[in-house]
Design a protein around this ligand. Sequence first.
Ligand SMILES: *Cc1c(COP(=O)(O)O)cnc(C)c1O
Length: 419
Amino acid sequence: MQARPSPRLQDCRQCDRQDPLAPLRERFALDRAEIYLNGNSLGPQPVAAAGRMRRAVEQEWGRDLGRSWTRAGWSDLPRRLGARIAPLIGAGPDEVVVADSTSVNLYKVLCAAAHRARQAGRLRILAEAGGFPSDLYIARSVAEQHGMTLSFIDPRPLAAQMPADAGIVLLSHVDYRSGRLRDLAADTAAAHAGGALAVWDLAHSAGVVPVALKAAGADYAVGCSYKYLNGGPGAPAFVWAHPRHVGQDRQPLWGWRGHADPYGYLPDYVPAADIGRYQAGMPPLLSMTALACGLDIYEQAEPLGGLAQLRRKSLALSGLFMACVDPHAQALGLTRLTPAEPAQRGAQLSYRVAQGGPAIVAALAGQGVLADCRAPDVLRFAFAPLYLRHEDAWHAAQRLLQVLRGGLWREPRFGAGAP
Ligand SMILES: *Cc1c(COP(=O)(O)O)cnc(C)c1O
């Protein structure tokens, strides 16, 4: 194979000057001396959030109190935020609600799906081995409660390994550890062809990979808002159920917020006819206020090319990083886990290191590059296109090479590593 010339800094800067999304970087309160590649873990703070939160605390909570249910629009905030997330995941505006955490939402949709699967006599839940642990814990709990079995597939397309008796397939669109992107439409079709419902976790794709849930005919989806959606620490998650299901869905947490008439204080539980039934208790309104600031920036991206442009840029950034790092990977003990094909990678690149993962991350942080390490030894670099520049991808790659070549990470001060 012919060696390609390594990307040049001046070319990266030229890309940044031509980048239609470049102005959005100013919307984030990032330390300009750092390169933040942890957006897949906790997105950075929107500049507008501090003022907006101050208003929520001082005015809406401090002075208006209960009047804020109408004045500040608290009443329908979970649905309004859901409607704003909907275009990012290919859902209708009335089909998404923001509530609880991803794990809790997954529990709710898996129980609804289990109810259907059991009626069809299908008692197997399939999930990907090595998937996000919380998802697998929840799946195991649902399997146990519903008399089902949990079994595992590998990263290959689902069609190649679909058993005959599955009732539910639970998949991450982008794997949190490897960064591998699944073909949501193809795997959904394979699940349906095998008689199973398709449940998707969009934690690592919502906001950086265009998602077409409805076009694919998927059944259920959940996702996270504090990662690429930049909703802030503890921001609540979202949940989607296909409208062909939702009116008959039995989700297990019968709380007043999911009631058809929450203010009727009726003795019997009657679930809302739509996705609203996936709510249970009081929404975290302050966190939701912060999440709105994250979603504002996605709307500001719309006239600049929107999700399609964000995806193009994210692939360009990770492509740049690979072009800088990969020619030296073998010599430095790095193995890329994320496939290079654009159709098979999200916004994140993962590299396995022979040793010293946490110390390498700590040494990189000392050089102003924030990445993370997932057990056992996987370095993760997230290329969030709202605020990163091509130049940042280039510098991050050079600093990784320096840290590995110079053996900087072996210094005792990095020995404890990052948590
Ligand atoms: C981050 C993440 C979650 C988060 O779950 P919470 O319950 O909101 O903490 C869930 N699933 C996956 C795949 C994730 O990456």
